[in-house]
Design a protein around this ligand. Structure first.
Ligand code: C2E
Ligand code: CA
Ligand code: CA
Length: 400
């Protein structure tokens, strides 16, 4: 049964929620009494009437942002037009605070809205699937690395015009023998804390390059994207290490794209710029990840030698019913193009997103609409069953 907390809203709304819950298997809905019940309640979902008296959405968002697990957040708008700009601002604020699953609700509630709300809270649970036990320490992480419990999954990147698969992003998972699959958000901060980040990155890079070689062998001209954290990026001699690994895998540097988040870039620009330049000069592509969440200036973006800008999924997700997000996506695509970069939209979940993105001139897309991140075998099956960019320059070893 889903635990829902309702903040503000009248009895009609409460009854509607309960009614709806009865039809799909039940909600446990409670009303906010004070902040301690919000913090202690472990809710799946918090729905707030934006006109609730005496309570500011900002204060609620601040409280939600420090909860673990963090509930999904729905903001109910009773007036379509009045105060719309202010309500948009609440959403931007929630996102800046790291609340990833937000939804705009209109009063009265509609079946479709409720379904979206439920699926948002499901996805939310999905991303917080497994919590790492607190007793995890450096030795255990070390052992997990040695036992090869970390696996690389691949999510296809698609060219929007041709709808061809053009590559994949490598995303790490921890296949724990007892806990099952642990998602990166749950263990990457620990890896970073224990000083094992670079080691993990080389592992992912090695696995990713192995797959590129395998793809080449099968006739696919796919590029692979690997996520680098700022700490890995500041490793001395990083471009040498990466280039040596590419050479050892019998590949060319242009098969690799390195993703670095906008916020990591901005915070460390002076330190990273030299490595970025070095990699770029050697033919490795740089991609700015989570763009729109890191407060970079136009000047900073223009000096970074990046070829791709990844529009953060929070803007893409809400672009269909949020004019501000639509504007942000459209103008980010324009900005990318005017700086000579490609734009990729992350978090593409529906055909309507694909259509709206195509109209903005966005070049590439990635998201559940095409495929979730999948293991190497499933990725090969995906490539086999979908239109792909084929090898043009490399030998197709199958045909030799
Ligand atoms: P990211 O680099 O922004 O990766 C995209 C995340 O969005 C992935 O989550 C992916 O599964 C998810 N995603 C993709 N399409 C959709 C969609 O349509 N809807 C929704 N709701 N989500 C979608 P994942 O795999 O859990 O990774 C989370 C983050 O962990 C990554 O965010 C990245 O910052 C970090 N990460 C993952 N692997 C590595 C790695 O090898 N090295 C480093 N440094 N970080 C990694
Ligand atoms: Ca990424
Ligand atoms: Ca991203």
């Amino acid at each position: 049964m889903k635990k829902i907390l309702l903040i503000g809203g009248d009895d009609v709304l409460l009854n509607e929620l309960l009614d709806y819950g009865d039809r799909i298997g039940g909600f446990d809905v409670s009303r906010l009494t004070d902040y301690s019940n919000l913090a202690a309640g472990q809710f799946d979902l918090v729905i707030m009437d934006s006109l609730a008296e005496d309570i500011s959405p900002i204060a609620i968002i601040k409280t939600l942002a420090v909860l673990s697990p963090m509930p999904a957040f729905g903001l109910l708008m009773t007036h379509e037009d009045a105060g719309k700009r202010i309500q948009e601002a609440f959403f931007q604020y929630a996102r800046a605070k790291g609340i990833r699953h937000t939804i705009k609700l209109k009063y009265p509630l509609f079946f479709g809205d409720m379904q979206a709300l439920i699926s948002r809270s499901e996805q939310h649970k999905d991303t917080q699937r497994t919590k790492v036990p607190l007793q995890i320490n450096t030795d255990m992480l070390r052992a997990a690395i040695d036992q090869r419990e970390f696996k690389v999954h691949f999510q296809p990147k698609i060219a929007l015009k041709s709808q061809h698969v053009i590559g994949a992003e490598a995303l790490i998972r921890w296949q724990h023998p007892n806990l099952g699959m642990i998602m990166p958000d749950a263990f990457i901060p620990l890896i970073e804390e224990c000083g094992l980040m670079s080691e993990m990155t080389w592992l992912v890079l090695e696995g990713a390059l192995e797959q590129v070689w395998e793809w080449r062998r099968l006739g696919y001209d796919f590029k692979v994207a690997v996520n680098f954290s700022a700490s890995t990026f500041s490793t001395p001699g990083i471009s040498r290490i990466v280039l040596d690994m590419i050479r050892a895998a019998h590949l060319y540097p242009d098969c690799l794209s390195i993703e670095l988040t906008e916020s990591a870039m901005v915070q460390n620009l002076d330190i990273l710029l030299e490595s970025l330049m070095e990699l770029y000069k050697n033919g490795i592509e740089i991609s700015i990840d989570d763009f729109g969440t890191g407060y970079s200036s136009l000047h900073q973006v223009s000096v970074i030698p990046a070829s791709e800008l990844k529009v953060d999924q929070s803007f893409v997700r809400d672009m269909l019913d949020n004019t501000v997000d639509h504007l942000i996506v459209r103008n980010t695509v324009r900005m990318a193009h005017s700086l000579g970069m490609r734009a990729l939209a992350e978090g593409v979940e529906t055909k309507r997103h694909v259509q709206a993105l195509a109209r903005t001139g966005c070049d590439e897309a990635q998201g559940y609409f095409y495929s979730r991140p999948i293991d190497e075998q499933a990725f090969r099956a995906y490539a086999n069953n979908n239109p792909v960019r084929e090898v043009t320059r490399y030998f197709n070893l199958n045909k030799l």
